[in-house]
Design a protein around this ligand. Structure first.
Ligand code: PMV
Length: 348
């Protein structure tokens, strides 16, 4: 029997301008545009292989070595869209094998521990959709394919690109213009670095979809955010990236994280994603910036207590020395920082 296969990797992406709120839950259409920064040096990604054959008798998925269900509505949406595109291609080229009618076997692995508390759904859905579109030899662009990944998990559409990525919310009711586009490739600003501070590896207590719906439905601040704050910030952040203005990029990133968490706190009953340690990190970053009288570090928090810090390569030891000083009793320090490096800076 002939088995056709294709593999791909997709990176984890972290939003610096947050997607929070759906205007259409089934199509995962957002209430605002968002931006993410995906840095290859962090190398957090999902590797997915897809196979198809006339002889397979059911769709199957192995996720991190375990057989998982492919039955979720979101996954089914993605598979259907990909099969529809393949069927269109087969209709145009009758000599192509009828893969659109065959079952799929998918194997997917994350190269980061699930316990790291990182949302893996973005990289997971992006890798799934790209692996199958490669297998089907679909001619559509990455932006076009990102619309399918978006239906799996909204933020997944941004994982189709590396570097600096925008998800344009679009206005069409069918989602045809709600897609990811590249703002700049990673090598446009290669000095940018990110560090993930794992505050808790526990599963978040309010999943993003229900958290978003609750915020949209109950927060007064939310309307202000999507109407008067984010549209302007979206343009400003792209500009800061294009001009490699770290101080501006960092301030927008921190303000946006604070604004998103403020709408969560403003919902009723409130949702708390950040905890005391998260708030300690926020305070520390502002203290570091005040100490150097220059913005050298930015924080951002997703729907959980873990922090992602952005800084330029030249400031890495400065930033890490302060973090180390405060959190040195914690495990998990990267051995690439010598104790001496950290101590020199800790003396500040
Ligand atoms: O795509 P989802 O449903 O996992 O939602 C992601 C929400 C945030 O991570 C908080 C923000 C974002 O833009 O990624």
């Amino acid at each position: 029997m002939t088995i056709f296969t294709a593999s791909t990797t997709a990176p984890v992406n972290i939003a610096t301008l947050k997607y929070w709120g759906k205007r259409d839950k089934t199509l995962n259409l957002p209430t605002n545009s968002s931006i993410s920064v995906t840095l290859a040096q962090n190398d957090l990604r999902t590797l997915t292989s897809a196979a198809t054959s006339e002889r397979f008798d059911e769709d199957q998925l192995w996720l991190n070595g375990k057989l998982e269900s492919l039955e979720s509505e979101r996954t089914q949406h993605c598979l259907q869209d990909l099969r529809d595109l393949r069927a269109k291609l087969e209709a145009q080229n009758p000599s192509l094998p009828s893969m659109s009618k065959w079952k799929l076997h998918i194997v997917s692995e994350n190269n980061f521990p699930t316990a790291a508390g990182l949302a893996s759904s973005a990289a997971g859905f992006a890798a799934l959709v790209v692996a199958i579109s490669k297998l089907y030899q679909l001619p559509e662009s990455a932006s076009e394919i990102s619309k399918i990944a978006r239906k799996g998990s909204g933020s997944a559409c941004r994982s189709l690109f590396g570097g600096y990525v925008a998800w344009e919310m679009g206005t069409a009711a069918d989602g045809s213009d709600s897609k990811a586009v590249e703002v700049a490739p990673q090598d446009h600003w290669p000095e940018m670095k990110a560090a993930i501070l794992v505050v808790s590896a526990a599963k978040k207590d309010t999943p993003s979809t229900s958290g978003m719906q609750h915020t949209v439905g109950t927060s007064d601040l939310f309307q202000e955010r999507i109407t008067n704050v984010v549209p302007k910030r979206f343009e400003e952040m792209k500009q800061a990236i294009w001009s490699r203005d770290f101080a501006q990029f960092a301030e927008l990133t921190m303000r946006d994280s604070n604004s998103f968490h403020a709408t969560c706190l403003d919902s009723y009953p409130p949702i708390f994603y950040m905890n005391d340690t998260s708030r300690q990190i926020v305070k520390l970053c502002h203290q570091i910036n005040a100490f150097f009288d220059e913005v050298v570090v930015a924080y951002t928090f997703d729907a959980g207590p873990n922090a992602v810090l952005y800084y330029l390569q030249e400031n890495e030891t400065k930033v890490m020395a302060f973090i180390h000083q405060v959190f040195q009793q914690n495990s998990g320090w990267d051995s690439k920082f010598s104790k001496q490096d950290l101590e020199v800076f800790s003396e500040y």
